[in-house]
Design a protein around this ligand. Structure first.
Ligand SMILES: *Cc1c(COP(=O)(O)O)cnc(C)c1O
Ligand SMILES: [Zn+2]
Length: 408
């Protein structure tokens, strides 16, 4: 029951049924629904009987009735209590939304199931995006399932497993010198030239709608209550915006009594949002350093980052950052205490939560849910210099310098 799309900045209105990217003013578009009707048709008690995928929340998703879903069974991942990790951190009510079990091993599956479904419904034949790895393999898998051609632009030093997997689905992979922003420029240029449907985060208005189902699931799995705090990893902020939107919608639908405090988790070498939030300034593009949390290595969140900041300021949310050593420590702790092996990017929320607790930004007695966004199975065995990261600061510094040298 998509009614229209609104610009998130100038409020210009767009009608459904056509391909959109950003608003004419440059800001992302925001799909809107008939929430009054959704509240009648989507009773919390009845939802339990629906299919065990993110598509159970169809009334608040943009695909029209009768249009084909491109689905691999994404969503309805477990919300796991984390008592042993909680005991280590002094948190009696800690839970983890374990997203590594999604198709292609990360929560990117939610957004790309939605985006590829919409692309197909809108008549696209070719889809494309820039990616640090997870979005690319997810796009490639859903495009294969939809019978569409996929074009994925990856930074050259991405883990080989991502390239192998993405090519296995039949996608065309282009590796680009530099960072994800460079891959983004290459992708946008070719999309324009060939008329491809662009699935870049928040440039494509529907990916975020797939991802917001994470918020719905957390509330449903808690008996239609929100946790006090939700920690979401933040590169450019799609996840953060999506989770916030899910909870805000549920509040308006009358499904939950109150929204959680949202915490944005960043890697210290890519902390544009955290820095702007702390300094109470606008987002300034950063020249980022290497981080083991490769999925968080975004230096210029642009207008999407502005949107995250606005949410943080309007709702009293918090932002935090963690160093690589802390992220690797959190990754190890999560595996050893709870039996969950996530990649460094997927573990960053735990590391940032530890920082937020130390800085007294989060009350340790509250109910806290951390989004663990990816499996650890695609993280390659680190080469000797990388293995040293966890133990030896001098080699970490050397590695960062090497990476910076390679990137320039
Ligand atoms: C993409 C990604 C993120 C977060 O990126 P946003 O653009 O801020 O949503 C976090 N974790 C993983 C594993 C990712 O692939
Ligand atoms: Zn606008």
């Amino acid at each position: 029951m998509l009614t229209h799309l609104d610009c998130t900045k100038c409020e210009k209105r767009y009608e459904p049924g056509r391909v959109y990217t950003f608003c004419a003013c440059g800001a992302p578009l925001f799909p809107r629904y008939d929430l009054a009707r959704a509240a009648l048709e989507m009773r919390p008690g009845h939802l339990a009987l629906r299919e065990p995928t993110m598509w159970r929340y169809r009334e608040v998703l943009p695909l029209a009735e009768g249009e084909e879903r491109v689905s691999l069974g994404e969503g309805l991942t477990p919300l796991l209590p984390a008592p042993r990790l909680g005991a280590r951190l002094g948190l009696p009510r800690l839970a983890v939304k374990e997203e590594g079990g999604n198709p292609t091993g990360s929560f990117k599956a939610r957004g790309l199931s939605m985006a590829v479904s919409m692309a197909k419904a809108l008549g696209a034949t070719d889809v494309c995006l820039p990616s640090a790895g997870n979005a690319g393999s997810a796009l490639a898998a859903y495009a294969a399932a939809a019978g569409l051609r996929a074009h994925v632009f990856l930074p050259r030093d991405v883990a080989r497993l991502f390239v192998m997997e993405t090519e296995a689905y039949g996608a065309h992979v282009e590796t680009v010198d530099g960072l994800i922003t460079d891959a983004g420029r290459a992708c946008a240029a070719q999309a324009k030239e060939h008329g491809w449907y662009e699935c870049a985060t928040l440039k494509e208005p529907y990916r975020v709608e797939g991802k917001k189902t994470m918020g719905y699931e957390i509330a449903e799995q808690m008996g239609w209550r929100a946790p006090d705090v939700v920690v979401a990893p933040a590169a450019v902020g799609e996840t953060f915006i999506a989770a916030h939107r899910g909870f805000a919608e549920m509040e308006r639908l009358g499904f939950i009594p109150k929204r959680p405090l949202m915490a944005a988790a960043q890697a210290a070498p890519a902390n544009a949002i955290t820095k702007a939030w702390r300094d109470e300034t606008a987002i300034a593009p950063l020249k980022i350093g290497y981080t083991v949390a490769e999925g968080l290595a975004a230096g210029n969140p642009g207008r999407k980052g502005d949107w995250v900041l606005r949410i943080l300021r309007e709702t009293g949310g918090v932002a935090g950052q963690a160093e690589d050593e802390e992220i690797l420590e959190a990754q190890k702790m999560l595996a050893r205490t709870e039996g969950i092996w996530a990649g460094p990017t997927g573990s960053a929320g735990i590391a940032v939560l530890m920082r937020l607790l130390a800085d007294k930004q989060v009350d340790p007695t509250s109910t806290i849910c951390v989004i663990v966004s990816e499996t650890g199975l695609k993280t390659e065995a680190p080469p000797p210099s990388r293995e040293a990261i966890a133990f030896d600061e001098a080699s970490l510094r050397r590695l960062v310098l090497e990476k910076l040298g390679a990137g320039s």
